[in-house]
Design a protein. Structure first.
Length: 119
């Protein structure tokens, strides 16, 4: 089977948190292509693929039948459906999403602190 090799692999665990649910919607693979036997991707391209159906250590098979091999241990990140749309639509990496979230919370905290100090 032809494989795509990736680095910086991250399994995105997409969950539905609406109305106090904690339901797993899908596990999706994110990674940066290092080599591709299928000739679909160029080196350096970031893949965000269909749901993972099987995983064996650093090998991932997706719902579409593609096989991906991570060159190093993968990380994982639990995200909401809205965060998934942000990654997918804006082509963000998981690290870029985390940076946005941290900056958002820091800005909100700073604004609350400033308002409390005035009052």
């Amino acid at each position: 089977m032809l494989t795509t090799h990736i680095k910086k692999a991250c399994v995105l665990l997409i969950k539905d948190f609406d109305e106090d649910r904690d339901e797993l919607i899908a596990s999706v693979l994110f990674g940066e292509v290092t080599s591709d036997e299928t000739k679909r991707y160029k080196k350096g391209f970031c893949v965000i693929k269909s749901p993972i159906i099987n995983r064996w250590n650093n090998e991932f098979k997706t719902q579409t039948g593609s096989l991906y091999i991570s060159e190093e241990n993968s990380s994982s990140l639990i995200i909401s459906v809205s965060e998934w749309y942000m990654i997918r639509d804006k082509l963000l990496s998981p690290n870029e999403l985390l940076t946005l979230i941290v900056n958002h919370f820091q800005q909100n905290y700073s604004n609350q602190y400033s308002q409390n100090k005035k009052g």
